[in-house]
Design a protein around this ligand. Structure first.
Ligand SMILES: Cc1ncc(COP(=O)(O)O)c(C=O)c1O
Length: 388
């Protein structure tokens, strides 16, 4: 029998890290001590009070049944309250303007299914989280990359988007704090986004997965600015804030029609997030946030060690303002793939070539601080000893 992949899967771009992954496996087999600063996945445990809440909730028999599609009322109320307290976004209706997600990636993937028709144009940041472009293509939409340039603080220059592109665009993705550039957006930028969106009837999808991983001022939400709730939805995650990447829990908030559209897709795809996990997520959101402060302190210390160590060695390091990512410019003459390969083979440090986030990432590799500080210092020492 002949089995053929669907066109949408065959059309996916080649996996850029295949070569590096193969080398990683080979080096590990040889017993090489690799320091993995490639993945954005917190190495520290979920706070004990959240684990305890799950343990208790897991014994609650009603939670063993199918959850509601849209999420438990207590979870959606906690999300609305969090938006009011943290961002001053008040009056979100937990029933109509909040939906629970099985991790924000699930919602980000499914959102275009509700709003992007074949041939519709979607404005996607480059570099950016790859799911925006992949799902645009899965639903037959067309990706128009909007370049994030260093000289613009890695914000898209909306005025440079050609008029006919803006007219055809259905959806714009924005993501601040940004993966992979670690850049932040201001409320002024969000005001410009709203103006642009309302002028051209473009839906704005803001990905706020890293809102609590910051080093100075708390980053704003897109929904804080006037008009945002008319055109926008925001994707939020507990993954990075509470070291809960494995738990798969997040939520989307914003315009009721946009939330309802996403909810409609979800009723046809999944059956909601495990309610015991939602109960634990309520505990995470509503308990004192000392663990989040501690998370920031740990990442700040690690980030300082990484950035100062590499800068002292002469590397062009982009100062991260948030997230646990850090971009380093490639030394002259090296592509991102070359630089990542040499970091791996000569220093045993796993880095991500930033062109994996779109062509605009070429010129950089991304390192994370999701490893203990001793390992980060060891990685810096090894990189400093390289002959680049
Ligand atoms: C920018 C961005 N958005 C969303 C996600 C998805 O996070 P989760 O599905 O764990 O909520 C990630 C994960 O790495 C991310 O980097």
């Amino acid at each position: 029998m002949k089995i053929e992949l669907a066109q949408r899967i065959r059309a996916l771009p080649p996996y850029l890290f295949a070569d590096i992954d193969r080398k990683k496996v080979e080096l590990r087999k040889q017993g090489k001590d690799l320091i993995d600063l490639g993945i954005g996945d917190p190495d520290r445990p979920t706070p004990p009070h959240v684990v305890a809440a799950l343990q208790q909730a897991a014994t609650h028999t009603p939670y063993h049944r199918y959850p509601s599609y849209e999420g438990m009322a207590t979870f959606r109320e906690a999300a609305a309250k969090f938006y009011a307290e943290r961002f001053g976004v008040r009056g979100l209706d937990p029933e109509k303007e909040v939906v629970a997600l099985i991790g924000s990636k699930e919602g980000i993937g499914h959102f275009p299914v509700a709003f992007v028709d074949p041939g519709d144009l979607v404005l996607v940041p480059d570099p950016g989280y790859p799911v925006y472009a992949t799902w645009t293509r899965f639903v037959g939409g067309e990706v128009h990359y909007v370049r994030l340039r260093r000289e613009n603080g890695f914000l898209p220059d909306l005025s440079a988007i050609p008029e006919e592109v803006a007219r055809r665009a259905k959806l714009l993705w924005i993501n601040y704090p940004n993966n992979p550039t670690a850049a932040l957006a201001s409320r002024d930028f969000y005001r410009r986004v709203v103006e642009f969106a309302l002028e051209y009837d473009i839906i704005v999808a803001s990905d706020l997965a890293y809102s609590e991983v910051y080093y100075d001022e708390p980053p704003p939400s897109f929904l804080e600015v006037d008009g945002a709730r008319e055109c926008g939805i925001e994707f939020h995650s507990l993954s990075k804030t509470y070291n809960m990447t494995g738990w798969r829990i997040g939520f989307a908030v914003g315009n009721a029609q946009l939330v309802a559209g996403l909810g409609k897709v979800k009723t046809n795809v999944d059956s909601g997030a495990f309610e015991a996990v939602q109960a634990a997520a309520v505990a995470a959101i509503t308990s004192p946030q000392d663990c989040v402060e501690e998370m920031r302190r740990v990442y700040r210390e690690r980030m300082n060690a990484l950035v100062s160590g590499l800068k002292e060695a002469g590397f062009d390091v982009l100062d991260p303002r948030a997230t646990f990512y850090c971009l380093i410019a490639n030394p002259a003459g090296l592509s991102s793939a070359d630089f990542a390969t040499r970091l791996l083979t000569e220093a045993g440090v796993v880095a991500t070539p930033a062109n994996g986030f779109g062509p605009g990432g070429e010129g950089y590799v991304r390192l994370t601080v999701c490893a203990p500080i001793e390992r980060i210092k060891e990685a810096v020492g090894r990189i400093r000893r390289m002959k680049l």
